[in-house]
Ligand binder design. Sequence first.
Ligand code: FES
Length: 316
Amino acid sequence: MDAFRDFLNQHDEPAWDDVLADLEPSLHPVDREATRIWFGFWPLKLRRLLRESTDEAATAQEYLLDGRYWLERQLDESVDFLYGSIYWNRVTEALLQRSESASDRNPESLSSEIRRFAGGLAAQLKVEKSLLLGISAVAFMAFQQVGAQPFRNGSGSGTPRSKRPAPKKILKYRSRKTNQGLFGFLRTVNRKFTVRFDESKRDAAFSCIEGQDLSSASAGDERDYQTRDHRCIAGPIPAECRVASCGYCWIGILSGRENIIELSKHERRRLNYFGYLDASARHETHPVIRLACQSKCYGDVTVVVPPWNGSLDGRR
Ligand code: FES
């Protein structure tokens, strides 16, 4: 098992960026964005600073960490927005077995190892390999970060759902457009769009007026979200400043990223400052990670809200 973890630990952020870039074309479209979002939410640099910390409270203060930033305490829950999470129990079981037999041979490369792992499991489960590739990459990265124990015990944060609509149905649902009402096609201003923030719940959505930013639109949802997450003072997306200063409102865009205004220089600078942008997003106009307060919306979107925020690259 140590040999397997040692092998994984040879991979730093740039190495993982290459692995993801190599795997991405082979990922099923239902999990292409979701996989990148998971890696964005759980970067190695967060793990590194937590591991090196001798005083958690001081570290949290220095890096402005807020929310639930320990992956091992929410390992199962963290994968819930991936379609592949329906196979999570089998993936974790197989990964533990794989880690115990790692001394038998030397893996060639991490991406070929992940492909082989996903292929073997796909054959056992009789499903498309592309559906298992993203969740397998996530499992490998999570194992590198938290080790075997949380995989054995579960993270105690709820088991991912075992049933979901078929991938085709999910993709169709994501591409559905909000009905603008009778004669809506004539409407050129004040169109309303739907922002979904949890695909598993019918009512996990709020409305956004054309050109409104997602943070203000979220604040219009007056239901109680603070009981579940203290950072959600108004609406399901945490927010404090609404001017790209605090980093509270970062989100993953699961679908409809083309419906959000192009990334401005200012937002890019701030995302980099917080350490939220990965290498592949450096030149993208519509990356999967955005700041909700800077994201003016021009169509329906599905977002994922991370359980923590901080300033990993620009400490206090
Ligand atoms: S609310 Fe502070 S950065 Fe968006």
